[in-house]
Design a protein around this ligand. Sequence first.
Ligand code: KG4
Ligand code: ZN
Length: 350
Amino acid sequence: MIILGIESSCDETSAAIVRDGREVLSNVVESQIDIHAVYGGVIPEIAARSHIEAILPIIQRALTDAKLNWNKIDAIAVTYAPGLVGSLLIGATTARALAIVKNKPLYKIHHVEAHVYANFLVEPQPKFPMLALIVSGLHTQLVLFKNHGDFALLGQTQDDAVGEAFDKVARLLGLPYPGGPSISKAAANGNPQAFKFPKARMQGKYDFSFSGLKTAVLRQTQALCNKPHDFPSPRLAALLTPAQCNDIAASFQHAAVETLVDKTAVAFTEYSPASVVIAGGAAANQELREQLQKRLPIQITYTSPLMCTDNAAMVATLAYYRSKLEKPSDPYTLEVQPSLAMASVTPQSQ
Ligand code: KG4
Ligand code: ZN
């Protein structure tokens, strides 16, 4: 089964063609990072307008790269939730129109679940029960998959997502957007023990919180700069020496990663999964990969940085497995759902 996947939930426009959920025939990803970097974050209206311009040429390029024409495409899959409403609408409307015009079945895909499925493109494939640590710009969750389409949410962040915390701390330190890669780069030259940042204690065993950590980083920065009342600003960041900036980045990353690893290790002991996967943009973090691997007595699964961040190959991959569990969607009525939680995505029967 050859599936064309379309992804446009945030600031990446992507189209990919995947055979049998396993073989990526093409994966075209066009990031808008350069457009949004000047603002220090994604501007939804600009994102939607950029998707409109990019989407059709990108789909055409995905077909050309795969050396396929429309006759060979068995189905179309598109991200319909969650994300920025304007961005989601561009992908979903394009997919709906193409499904009608080209007469192809259409599968709606949940973006967060798709991040997890990027790991099914890795050999050997993850086995069930599978513990997934999902760490993206909007989500931080521990999810236990018993099988395809059969999963339970163990816990999640009660405030900021971990990727969001990386982005906010990077902004505070005057480092470029997106924050994840720039914090990691600065952290490589810093001392992770320089500052002891707090780890939140949560009521839910598997819940997370990163807003206190972010505030602790702000307070430390203010103290170092002797400006206890200044808000995050380029002026405040400019008062830090490069060594102080690197030490804060390293100590922040250390605290964030340790929180993620601690909870994943507790879940591993409780549920004894047959595989552990990390998914989402922050799964590209080298420190997280290394610390988690050190802590767990099992080979953890993660994918390349390109596949960790938003891409359509993960959408087409999940659609292959979902197509075995549920009916295609009606292309005339499919709607986007910007805030739909993954926990509520259970397959409809055939
Ligand atoms: O999954 P993703 O591409 O988009 C969402 O669905 O949110 O994740 C983007 C997030 C951003 O917050 C970015 O800072 C973070 O992933 N990220 C990282 C790294 N690379 C990207 N966070 C930590 N370390 C990284 N190396
Ligand atoms: Zn994502």
